[in-house]
Ligand binder design. Structure first.
Ligand code: NAD
Ligand code: UDP
Length: 324
C-alpha cells in the first residue's frame, strides 16, 4: 500500500513557493509531513505557521547529498519531489546545483520511496518542451530543447529526472507519477525571484517601469498556485504514471500581463522593453485532456482572480521589504 493516506508524506523543496502550499494543504488534512529543504531558494518563513504543529517536521538538508533522506524514519506513504531551483535567475546562478537536484537529488528521493514502497511524484515542468514547435503542448510531444544553452541546466535536469523516474518504474515497479507544471504564481513567491508575475507586481507597486522582455508577444499560461497544488495532490492520491500536464488553458502575452498588473495595482508605472533572454520560449499552453481524464483535474482560479489575490498578498506582506 502506498499513497498520501498510508503514512508520512515527504515533501522535498517544501520550504519553497509551491512546496510550502503543498505542505500546508497536507497538514490541514491531518496528514503527517516531513519537509526537507536546504533553503537555497526557499525560506523558513514560508513554513513558520506549520512548524511546531503536530505532524509537521522540518529537516534542513540537501537532497543531492546521499545522507539527507536516509535520516527519515517511516513509514513513508508518499514522496513528493519538488526540490530544485525553479526561477531562471536562480538556476542560472546555481547551474550545477540545479543539475544535481534533477540527477542525484531525484535518485535519492526515488531510493527513499523504494525503501518504503511509497508513491513517488516528480514535479517536472513545461520547460521539458523547451521552445515548443507544437501548440498547445500535449504530453506526447518530445520538445525542442537546446541541450547546451543556458536554460539547459534546468530543462535537461528535469528531462533526466523524468527518465530516472520512468526507469525506476520499469526496473523496480515503483509506484511513480510525473506532473509537468506550467508557470505557477501566487502568494509566497519571492518579490526578487525574477519570475514575471512577482517582478511586475513589485515594479508596479513601487511605481517603477515594468520590464517587458522583447516586444512582449511571447505567451505563458499562468496557473494559480492552489490549482497547481490540487494537481500535485491528485497525482499523489491517484495511480497514473503520467507525465500529466498541470496548467491553465488561459494563455496570455507578457505585454497583456504587464498592462493587466498596471491596471490591477492602479500604478502610474510605464512599460520598458528590455532584451529577451536567450532561448526564451515563444508560446506555451498545455493540452490538459489527460489531467481532466485521469486526475479529474481542471483549474478553478482564473487569471483575473489569481492576480487579484497575488497583488493583495504582495501589498499586505513584508515580501517587498527585502526582495532578495
Ligand atoms: P522554489 O525555488 O520556490 O522552491 C524550490 C525549493 O527547493 C526551495 O525551497 C529550495 O530551497 C529547495 N531546494 C532546491 N534545491 C534543493 C536541494 N538540493 N535540496 C533541498 N532543497 C532544495 O520554486 P517553486 O516555484 O516552488 O518550484 C517547486 C518545484 O516545482 C520545482 O521542482 C520546480 O521545478 C517545479 N515547477 C515549478 C513551476 C512554477 O512555475 N513555480 C513550474 C514548473 C515546475
Ligand atoms: N519576463 C519579462 N520581464 C521580466 C521577467 C520575465 O518580460 O521581468 C518574461 C520572460 O522573458 C518570459 C516570461 O516573462 O518570456 C516568463 O518568464 P518567467 O521567468 O516568469 O518564466 P519562464 O521563462 O520560466 O516561463
Amino acid at each position: 500500500m502506498s499513497g498520501v493516506d498510508s503514512g508520512r508524506v515527504v515533501v522535498t523543496g517544501g520550504a519553497g513557493f509551491v512546496g510550502s502550499h503543498v505542505c500546508e494543504r497536507l497538514t490541514r488534512s491531518g496528514i503527517p509531513v516531513s519537509c526537507v529543504d536546504n533553503l537555497v531558494t526557499g525560506t523558513r518563513r514560508n513554513i513558520a505557521h506549520l512548524e511546531g504543529g503536530s505532524g509537521f517536521e522540518f529537516i534542513e538538508g540537501d537532497v543531492s547529498s546521499s545522507g539527507t533522506l536516509r535520516e527519515i524514519s517511516g513509514p513513508v506513504g508518499a514522496v513528493l519531489h519538488l526540490a530544485c531551483p525553479a526561477s531562471p535567475i536562480d538556476y542560472l546562478r546555481l547551474p550545477l546545483e540545479t543539475l544535481e537536484a534533477g540527477s542525484s537529488g531525484t535518485r535519492n528521493a526515488l531510493e527513499l520511496a523504494r525503501r518504503w514502497n511509497a508513491r513517488f511524484v516528480l514535479a517536472s515542468t513545461s520547460e521539458v518542451y523547451g521552445d515548443p514547435l507544437v501548440h498547445p503542448q500535449p504530453e506526447e510531444y518530445w520538445g525542442n530543447v537546446n541541450p547546451v544553452g543556458p536554460r539547459s541546466v534546468y530543462d535537461e535536469s528535469k528531462r533526466y529526472a523524468e527518465a530516472l523516474v520512468a526507469a525506476y518504474r520499469r526496473t523496480y515497479g515503483l509506484n511513480t507519477g510525473i506532473v509537468r507544471i506550467f508557470n505557477t504564481y501566487g502568494p509566497r513567491m519571492r518579490a526578487g525571484d525574477g519570475r514575471v508575475v512577482p517582478t511586475f507586481i513589485r515594479q508596479a507597486l513601487a511605481g517603477e517601469p515594468l520590464t517587458v522582455a522583447g516586444d512582449g508577444s511571447q505567451t505563458r499560461s499562468l496557473t494559480y498556485v492552489d490549482d497547481t497544488v490540487d494537481g500535485v495532490l491528485a497525482m499523489a492520491a491517484r495511480g497514473p504514471a503520467g507525465p500529466v500536464n498541470i496548467g491553465s488553458s488561459e494563455e496570455t502575452t507578457v505585454l497583456e500581463l504587464a498592462q493587466r498588473i498596471i491596471g490591477l495595482t492602479g500604478s502610474a508605472s510605464v512599460i520598458e522593453f528590455v532584451d529577451r533572454p536567450v532561448d526564451d520560449p515563444g508560446r506555451r499552453r498545455p493540452d490538459t485532456s489527460v489531467a481532466r481524464e485521469e486526475l479529474g483535474w481542471r483549474p478553478r482560479v482564473d487569471c483575473a482572480e489569481g492576480l487579484k489575490r497575488t497583488v493583495e498578498w504582495f501589498s499586505r506582506s513584508s515580501a517587498l521589504e527585502s526582495p532578495e
